[in-house]
Write a protein that binds this ligand. Structure first.
Ligand SMILES: NC(=O)c1ccc[n+]([C@@H]2O[C@H](COP(=O)([O-])OP(=O)(O)OC[C@H]3O[C@@H](n4cnc5c(N)ncnc54)[C@H](OP(=O)(O)O)[C@@H]3O)[C@@H](O)[C@H]2O)c1
Length: 248
């Protein structure tokens, strides 16, 4: 479709699948992450369509400088994210700040930097990959849930400011997906409870009515649809991908 698309966290997991789908649609895609080798691999998979740019999204000055270097972003996907888990009373300030920095502040900065140009052109899509934990509280995930609620609030507020324009801002809220992030969660469960990894995987899968992990492609499909012309009436929504556990 020839759009200029920026995907944060495009080096692996859900973001990598989002990058692949936009590239397949004929868009020019910028994938942002820290892992230079993984970014090179992603770019090599889509020659001429995808460029990887190394950036630590926890560094606000770098994020702003990077985003100011892009002109005419048509689609911004705030996908980069980090997770951690602990009971609230054992959640460190460092963990809280790290999750807020990447899951919420980086999404804020990227959105702030593209929104003016999008409004001027009266065209654009901003999509944030939040989580079901952006719509409901989750035990042992206070920092993650707070950061994802912030990301959802950011999209809803952006959407309120964008009413009546050709620009939309929405969030997708997946349940657990089959990625390295979830593999790390399963590993933490195994280490902290002594349960097997298989039991940990079943425990996570059973937190939603789906009873299974989402495939990254299911999330990516929702993102590319929200970026499509047919989704121009959708603004300020949170598309929940959990098999119907959370009804809004
Ligand atoms: N997996 C799930 O079950 C699940 C469920 C609901 C929502 N989500 C959300 O979906 C999004 C993608 O998750 P995923 O499962 O695909 O995770 P993942 O496999 O761990 O990938 C995370 C991506 O974010 C990037 N990233 C992390 N920290 C970064 C930083 N400081 N600077 C730049 N990039 C950074 C990573 O790249 P580098 O490490 O190379 O920097 C990677 O590309 C996240 O926002 C996550 O919260 C995931």
């Amino acid at each position: 479709m020839g759009r200029y698309v920026v995907v944060t966290g495009g080096s692996r997991g859900i973001g990598r699948e989002i990058v692949a789908r936009f590239a397949a649609l004929g868009d020019d895609v910028i994938a942002i992450a820290r892992d230079a080798a993984a970014l090179r691999e992603v770019a090599a998979e889509h020659p001429g369509s995808v460029r990887g740019i190394e950036c630590d999204l926890a560094e606000p000055d770098r994020v702003v400088a990077l985003m100011r270097g892009f002109d005419e972003v048509d689609v911004l996907v705030n996908n980069a994210g980090v997770a951690d888990s602990a009971p609230l009373h054992r959640t460190s300030l460092e963990c809280w700040q790290r999750l807020l920095a990447i899951n919420a502040t980086a999404a804020f900065l990227c959105t702030r930097e593209v929104i003016v140009g999008m409004r001027e052109r009266d065209r654009g899509r901003i999509i944030t990959v939040a989580s079901t934990a952006g719509r409901v509280g989750a035990a042992y995930a206070s920092a993650y849930a707070a950061s994802k609620h912030a990301a959802v609030g950011l999209m809803r507020s952006a959407a309120a400011e964008l009413r009546g324009t050709g620009v939309t801002a929405n969030a997708v809220c997946p349940a657990y997906a089959d990625t390295e992030m979830t593999a790390a969660s399963i590993e933490r469960i195994a280490q902290r409870t002594g349960r097997s990894r298989d039991d940990g995987a079943v425990a996570l899968a059973s937190t939603s009515p789906l009873g299974r992990l989402l495939a990254p492609g299911e999330v990516a499909a929702a993102v590319t649809w929200l970026a499509s012309p047919e989704a121009s009436s959708i603004n300020g929504q949170t598309l929940i991908l959990d098999g119907g556990g959370i009804q809004t």
